[in-house]
Design a protein around this ligand. Structure first.
Ligand code: RB5
Length: 150
């Protein structure tokens, strides 16, 4: 899978760790920054990844900031984006099964790297369940179009 990843300063170290996890799983990782622990603004990095996924350049995205909240707020402004803030394994699994989430947001100040690794592995490997959930995602798409028109 082609996976775009980005973080702000708060998520920088965890991003490097997660990049290795993804490499070891055999995925192609596109790192969209940040490149150090110097303070930056999370909207810039969320925008880069969400735009790329929204335009179909890569299949999935992972965004890491202090809590994951800022990244998820920004990412969900983009068309076709279903960004899920998951700081536990169950939520990560459900975000794929029921919501077909295409961006995973993680809070590096909330969880440790061990849990983050399991979250990422679960999120990457869990398929969308389809069936009744397709109808619900269709409704999200309709709302998205309506809101954009207004
Ligand atoms: C940065 O201090 C922090 O606000 C950011 O990483 C994130 O937690 C925002 O939601």
């Amino acid at each position: 899978m082609n996976i775009a990843i980005a973080s702000d300063h708060a998520g920088y170290e965890m991003k490097n760790f997660i990049k290795n996890v993804l490499f070891e799983m055999g995925h192609k990782v596109i790192d969209m920054g940040t490149d150090s622990s110097c303070s930056v603004d999370y909207p810039d990095y969320a925008e880069a990844v969400a735009k790329a996924i929204s335009e179909g350049l890569y299949e999935r995205g992972i965004l890491i900031c202090g809590t994951g909240i800022g990244m998820s707020i920004v990412a969900n402004k983009f068309k076709n984006i279903r960004a899920a803030l998951c700081n536990d394994i169950f939520t990560a699994k459900m975000s794929r099964l029921h919501n077909n989430a295409n961006i995973l947001c993680i809070g590096a100040r909330v969880i440790g790297i061990g849990v983050a690794e399991e979250i990422v592995k679960t999120w990457i490997n869990t398929p969308f369940e389809g069936e009744r959930h397709v109808r619900r995602l269709d409704k999200i798409n309709l709302i998205e179009r309506k809101v954009i028109k207004e």
